[in-house]
Design a protein around this ligand. Sequence first.
Ligand SMILES: Cc1cc2nc3c(=O)[nH]c(=O)nc-3n(C[C@H](O)[C@H](O)[C@H](O)COP(=O)(O)O)c2cc1C
Length: 174
Amino acid sequence: MDDTTALTRAMARVPGPVTVVTTIDGTGRRWGFTATSFSSLSLDPPLVLVCLNQSASTHRAFTTAGHFMVNLLAHGQDQVARRFARSGVDRFADGDMEPCELGLPGSPHACARVACALHSVEDGGDHSILVGRVLTTHVDDDRTPLVYYDRTFTHPASALDVPEPLMTLHLADW
Ligand SMILES: Cc1cc2nc3c(=O)[nH]c(=O)nc-3n(C[C@H](O)[C@H](O)[C@H](O)COP(=O)(O)O)c2cc1C
């Protein structure tokens, strides 16, 4: 197995958040892509990051944008994630993105939305690291996040997923 395959296999074992990152360019055109590479970076100042492939059709729009929005998708939004990863289609055609915080395209059904000013663009090998300064956030506590794990869309395991007898056994152990 070559090094790239080994790294890809290892990284597939890392559960990641599923986000759709959006922006609007100077002409009013909307752009978006699906990303699992979203992470918090700093609390003071409040910074987050997402990595974007330099060869992506969205790269120029995001690296020159003033602002971007990270939509943390919810369990059940697999189709949105797939559509925003598809090449050569209008990813906004389904009309499920609405103007949200800062007027940026957002999903009303997302678990959370994080609206940012573009703070810096860092070198990340074949990716660019978009660092965003968080301006405003929206959280919906009632939704469960979508998770990408082993190249599959899933959701976090919770007590609800554990059969009752196992729960009892587990609690008794403590
Ligand atoms: C689950 C999932 C996660 C992805 N995460 C990233 C990511 O973090 N960064 C990235 O640049 N592309 C990521 N992609 C790929 C992009 O969504 C998109 O397919 C790619 O940028 C090619 O788009 P293009 O047709 O605009 O060039 C991901 C795709 C999927 C399905």
